[in-house]
Design a protein around this ligand. Sequence first.
Ligand SMILES: [Zn+2]
Ligand SMILES: [Zn+2]
Length: 310
Amino acid sequence: MSGQDGCLIDDPMTLSNSPASGGALTLRFWGVRGSTPVCGPDYAEFGGCTPCLEVRCGQRLFLIDAGSGLFNCGQHHRTDLPKEIDLLFSHLHLDHVGGLPFFKPAVFDAERTINTYCGNLDGESAATALERLYAPPLFPVTLDILPCRLAHHGFKAGETLTFPDGIRVDTVLLNHPQGSVGYRFDHGGKRLCVISDVEHTDPWPSPELMDFVAGADLLVYDGMFTDCEYPACRGWGHSTWQKGVELAQAAGVKALAIIHLHPAHTDAVLRAAEAEMQAEMPTAFIARERALIDVGTIGTPRPRVVARFA
Ligand SMILES: [Zn+2]
Ligand SMILES: [Zn+2]
């Protein structure tokens, strides 16, 4: 549902969240792995959960994607979450929705509403797709058995989402099978852009994407493949850290974080890639699961990691 000026306000009384007090813009990575979760000693540093990001504009919470990392997000915060949670989907591929029913204890709270926002289906919400996925025999129960209220909202990528507390989030359609949505947060003079899942285009960077991420303090970008791997995976909807650096440098982006890490890329592979990447862009890094980033802490080799296992 979309209103005038791309506003996504259904009923202001039902879409409240914590006020956006404070100027901090923070990002926490709860899941940075693409396609399928992995685990084991080779994945201890970067982590194995599929995409889930926590963005805070002051105290105001957004979640991006409900990959398997959403489980750890729920366990970490327990009941310390707003009664209304806004969950922005990049898109609905399995690695981005598979953690939704495991967002505990949040989904067991009858007083809680989880608003989902889906923008890659030409205005259609996630409701139908999630109902198809979460039903026997693929899943033992349907989501309506959960005590929390799930409210699914659809919009068209490119619209600006405006929330009742005045917070606005810009969106852009990304090149990915069935499309994907990139998000831009501006808060306290800082800019954060999350661009995944996406495949780079030729020519690159595309003017539209360059404009969207221009001047960002931090760009989070899909680096699933290496330059060597990419030719065999053309058309699969993902990109490389090299293309991320090209986009960041062309658009005056201050720092770059790579996510949607390939399940076969072990810690050793990723550390080597990170060193190579930092030779080209010293403020670029590969995202580590659970890292909490204070967006805009520029001037150090990489944005300050506030906490990891706290
Ligand atoms: Zn994905
Ligand atoms: Zn995808």
